[in-house]
Design a protein around this ligand. Structure first.
Ligand SMILES: Nc1ncnc2c1ncn2[C@@H]1O[C@H](COP(=O)(O)OP(=O)(O)O)[C@@H](O)[C@H]1O
Ligand SMILES: [Mg+2]
Length: 262
């Protein structure tokens, strides 16, 4: 029997609050609709919001898992994960943010290797800080998605990041412009954003996906994309999430090099 090798897909940004967590949850919803076994790792160690958004109570967290690995008490992954539904499991970020900086990257590699054997897709919800743990996840990823908003600081930071990646010859990242988050704050046109960052916007979450009542879903632990009413009303946004999922499922099976417009 072939050993399963799940895909590791990370979500990051160059500034905070761009819609990473919301995007990860929406994609998990689509994967779950497609009956694909998915683990969501809350990699925002200082401010993780996955368990809260999904209204999942937990007592074990990622810090405990890593600590058990370091002290040879680790048993198996199931001990630390919490199921959300039949297809989505979650691994919560440390409950106590003071534990976050005690996590050693070397154990994250072990965690990822174990997760790859059990899940088809592992979505890692990171923050925007390039510390060693974030870099470990990025390094392990089959594909990295940057979620950005149409905000001048965000656009400037993205431009810098792209030029660093270009120098490093790193190409397995994609850019998602989230137009749904700050619809009142839009500054540049889409063409201008592309011209400034000198790269393609691979996906755009349309402005029409702005949900003024988003907290009514998240606080009740509901995933928007798994909601039939929302799916009907927001076909354009759902189509974007569906195509990201198609790309995720394809990643690793073929060359995922980004074809830039440069
Ligand atoms: N489509 C949307 N409609 C309305 N509000 C949104 C939408 N996407 C994100 N938000 C809001 O923006 C804020 C930041 O989103 P979040 O996904 O937590 O960003 P990040 O994980 O990048 O910090 C949250 O309060 C969230 O509810
Ligand atoms: Mg987040």
């Amino acid at each position: 029997m072939a050993i399963k090798r799940g895909k590791v897909i990370s979500f990051t940004s160059v500034k905070g609050g761009t819609g990473k967590t919301t995007t990860v949850l929406n994609l998990a919803g689509i994967l779950s609709n497609r009956k694909i076994k998915t683990l969501v790792i809350d990699g925002d160690f200082y401010n993780g919001g996955i368990a809260v958004s999904l209204d999942v109570a937990f007592d074990k967290d990622l810090y405990l898992l890593i600590n058990d690995m370091a002290t040879s008490h680790f048993d198996n992954l199931e001990t630390y994960i919490k199921p959300y539904n039949d297809y989505i499991d979650i691994l919560p970020a440390p409950k106590d943010p003071r534990d976050a900086n005690k996590i050693e990257s070397k154990y994250l590699h072990v965690l990822i290797a174990k997760a790859r054997m059990k899940y088809d897709v592992i979505l890692v919800d990171l923050n925007h800080i390039m510390d060693s743990n974030n870099l470990t996840f990025l390094d392990e990823s089959d594909l990295v998605y940057y979620v950005m908003t149409n905000d001048l600081n965000d656009i400037k930071g993205m431009k810098t990041m792209i030029s660093i990646y270009s120098d490093m010859d790193f190409t397995n990242y994609r850019i998602i412009l989230n137009d749904a988050k700050d619809k009142l704050k839009q500054t540049l046109s889409r063409v201008d954003v592309k011209n400034v960052i000198k790269d393609d916007l691979d996906y755009v979450i349309p402005e029409s996906f702005y949900l003024s009542d988003i907290n009514n879903y998240t606080l009740k632990g509901n995933i928007v994309t798994a909601n039939k009413g929302i799916r009907r009303k927001h076909k354009k946004a759902i189509a974007v999430f569906e195509s990201i999922v198609d790309e995720i499922l394809d990643s690793g099976d073929k060359d995922v090099k980004k074809e830039t417009s440069k």
